[in-house]
Write a protein that binds this ligand. Structure first.
Ligand code: FEO
Ligand code: CA
Ligand code: CA
Length: 741
């Protein structure tokens, strides 16, 4: 969504558990050092602070796991060849131009832009605010985000190896309201007075499923496909997992608490080994109206704690609930989550509890209702990234909670993987088997370079009816309030966890920490996994503004002995920075060919083994628009420990020991730079690695209504005054080869 405004959820609890934890675990144990030593880094891991490393083994923290294997287990999918030795393209220069730039030898085509029809009957998009609201459930949504490609064979069945025809599933996270209507949204005294404007907005959020095909080297949407489908804020959805039928899910729409309507703020994504798509609800809280002065007296103390922790307060970011008169099915009023009726079956006081989840969709079954998988926890879900499925082992997903100081999660299914399930066509039933029953964990990153997954289970790890922050009732309460459970479990607060990616070669997990502010990551709150506070001065129009905190972000990675392991070893793979910034900031030795800020999207190509990195930045945008980079990583522990010298705005300093991956040099290169005002987000690829799909989100979003005729960007058009559109592009090589190598 909008640059740097993802973090719009409420404040956390006032107790800084992390500080308590940091004090408890500030020194590595001998066993920690042994484990690092097993990966060749022991000689550089002598502690620079804390106690003598030889002190004892009694500090809190995990026992050493079994030695980490060098590669995947024998049952893991064939990883193919090793990672290439070098990238196969020339680095793209930083740019402020209103175009998409790719390297020589590559071409980028626009495939699917805001408003594009997904059937034969819907007219072409006028893109001037006049397109009829009723047509928008048959048009591409706005703010294209996470996406996945699912191959189709000649008969139209799922074929994970098909590369010329497939279904592209993608999220539409949010909107740029100024361009959707003739002259921006009509708001009078805080009220949306044009119902059709709101109807349009309700449709352009959600998910697209469109069939695409490569005909003679040109990709296009197959508008006649029976699979084409829009899922939006009104689509009927089932509740799966521990919250199904729970009293906290009861609404006027579903007195049984088994269903809800719609999904919103769908940020990143995931996919399953059985061929379903996962869409994740990120900043859902802001869409709901809850006037605290009116509603608070009607709420319990526990409800108020939960609302505070999830940021459920305010008028509602698009004011959807203000439309009158409402429809008979409360199309608008359901966005008001205040107590209004006699019971929870008479109003939408609980509707917020039906958002914040991972939602599973069967792209091959247009008639199947999506299901919210509540066992995977409720927070600002950025996405859900699978570990490779291994026969007889649990199914595992990793998730980030994208807000300042939030956590990293891992879901481990109770059922173990049966490879026969990959070929079943009752995919939502398979989803229920693996995603409705499992354990949810949250990460602690220890200064030693070890980490631990702490189970969020009622009755364990400080999570109980007598927890200091919240009186948990049962496991459903833990799933519904994962953030509060993670607080009680003393998880490590991170610098806005965004996307993850799992290395197909060794199963290690990479996760972006996109950035943090000066207050969100003060000197006092630094820790080994979030070790930087610095100034990144930004110069616009001759005026230089300081940017303190961690404005450029970093990427943490870890490796586990097996997907269900409860310990891991971690390092920081990459630190964002301007090339030329001081050495205590540019810890990864970035150059003009690969410097970046605010890493967000991540994806490992199974074909090329490249790690793709996308940016959603507002710090380095005095120099460059957002970008896509390619990396050829080494392995966790391939670098060294390092003491980072941090300086705040008052000149105070603090040294922090961290673990930095080996500098990448020219194994990290900029591949693409986007148009003005955009974020680069969402990435998928055909299985042969020869077509790369990339989303360009919200070009020109900084355009005020008064300048609607002269927008900041006109992309993808080059016509003066054209309204910009979020769009999917497809990138191919002119010689037809694999992208990037
Ligand atoms: Fe929607 Fe976290 O970016
Ligand atoms: Ca994101
Ligand atoms: Ca973001």
């Amino acid at each position: 969504m909008a640059h740097d405004t993802d973090d719009n959820l409420g404040p956390q609890d006032g107790v800084h558990f992390r500080d308590v934890l940091a004090e408890r675990v500030r020194s590595p144990s001998r066993r920690d050092l042994f484990w690092w030593g097993a990966l060749g880094a022991a000689t550089t891991l002598l502690p620079a602070c804390g106690d003598d490393a030889s002190s004892d083994d009694s500090l809190p923290g995990p026992d050493a796991p079994d030695p980490v294997p060098d590669g995947p287990t024998p049952d893991a999918p064939d990883p193919g060849p090793v990672r290439p030795a070098a990238l196969g393209f020339a680095a793209v220069a930083k740019s402020l131009a209103d175009v998409v730039t790719v390297p020589p030898g590559y071409e980028a085509q626009v495939l699917y832009a805001l408003g594009d029809p997904i059937d034969m009957a819907t007219p072409a998009y006028a893109n001037d605010g006049t397109d009829a609201a009723a047509t928008f459930d048959k048009r591409a949504g706005d703010h294209h985000d996470g996406m996945s490609f699912f191959g189709l064979d000649a008969s139209g069945a799922y074929d994970p190896s098909a590369s010329n025809r497939g279904l592209l599933c993608m999220n539409h996270e949010a909107i740029t309201p100024v361009f959707l209507h003739p002259a921006g949204p009509t708001v009078v005294d805080g009220v949306r007075t044009v119902a059709d404007e709101v109807r349009k907005e309700l449709f352009v959020h959600g998910v697209s499923i469109v069939e695409i095909a490569n005909t003679g080297g040109t990709w296009s949407v197959v508008k006649s496909s029976r699979f084409n489908r829009r899922i939006h804020t009104g689509t009927v959805m089932e509740i799966g997992g521990p919250l199904r039928g729970h009293a906290s899910m009861v609404t006027q729409y579903s007195p049984a608490g088994t269903r809800t309507r719609g999904t919103v703020n769908n940020c990143a994504n995931g996919y399953t080994p059985w061929g379903t798509y996962l869409t994740c609800e990120e900043n859902w809280a802001g869409y709901f109206r809850r006037v605290t002065t009116t509603d608070n007296p009607n709420r319990t103390a526990k409800e108020l704690t939960a609302f505070g922790r999830y940021g459920v307060a305010g008028a509602g970011r698009e004011l959807w609930s203000t439309v009158t008169p409402d429809t008979t099915d409360q199309l608008f009023g359901r966005w008001n989550t205040m107590v209004q009726g006699a019971t929870s079956a008479d109003d939408y006081r609980n509707v917020v509890n039906t958002f914040g989840w991972v939602v599973e969709i069967d792209p091959f079954a247009p008639e199947a209702a999506p299901t919210k998988r509540t066992a995977m926890g409720r927070f600002a879900h950025e996405g859900a990234w699978p570990a490779p499925a291994v026969a007889g082992k649990p199914i595992v997903f990793y998730s980030g909670d994208d807000s300042r100081g939030e956590y990293v999660y891992k879901y481990v299914s109770t059922a173990v993987w049966d490879p026969g399930d990959a070929n079943r066509t009752d995919r939502m039933a398979v989803g229920a088997k693996y995603l409705d029953d499992g354990k949810l964990y949250v990460a602690r990153f220890y200064p030693s370079g070890m980490g631990e997954w702490v189970e969020l289970a009622f009755g364990k790890n400080g999570i109980s009816a007598t927890s200091a922050n919240y009186a948990f009732t049962d496991q459903a309460d833990v799933a519904l309030h994962s953030r509060l459970a993670a607080d009680a479990a003393l998880a490590t607060k991170m610098d806005r966890p965004e996307w993850g990616a799992v290395d197909p070669l060794d199963g290690s997990v990479y996760l972006t920490m996109t950035n943090n502010t000066a207050s969100g990551r003060s000197l006092a709150s630094l820790d080994a996994a979030n070790p930087r506070h610095y100034n990144d001065p930004k110069t616009v129009g001759g005026t230089t503004t300081p940017q303190f905190g961690n404005p450029n972000g970093h990427i943490v990675r870890w490796k586990e002995a097996s997907p269900e392991a409860t310990t891991f070893m971690w390092d920081v793979f990459l630190f964002g920075a301007r090339a030329g910034s001081p050495s205590n900031v540019n810890l990864s030795n970035l150059t003009a060919d690969n410097d970046l800020s605010s890493p967000d999207g991540l994806w490992f190509s199974p074909a090329s083994k490249i790690l793709w990195i996308q940016t959603d930045d507002n710090a380095y945008t005095d120099v460059t628009n957002c970008m896509l980079l390619a990396a050829l990583p080494g392995a966790v522990g391939d670098g060294a420990t390092r003491t980072v010298v941090n300086v705040n705005t008052d000149g105070a300093t603090r040294e922090v020991l961290t673990h930095v991956g080996a500098p990448l040099g020219d194994k990290l290169r900029r591949f693409l730079v986007g148009p003005k005002g955009c974020e680069i987000t969402g990435l998928s690829e055909t299985p042969d690695g020869k077509a790369l799909f990339v989303n360009i989100q919200h070009p020109g979003e900084d355009t005020p209504v008064a300048q609607i005729a002269t927008p900041q960007s006109t992309w993808p058009a080059s016509t003066a005054g054209a309204r910009p559109r979020s769009a999917t592009i497809v990138i191919t090589r002119t010689d037809g080869g694999i992208i990037g190598v």
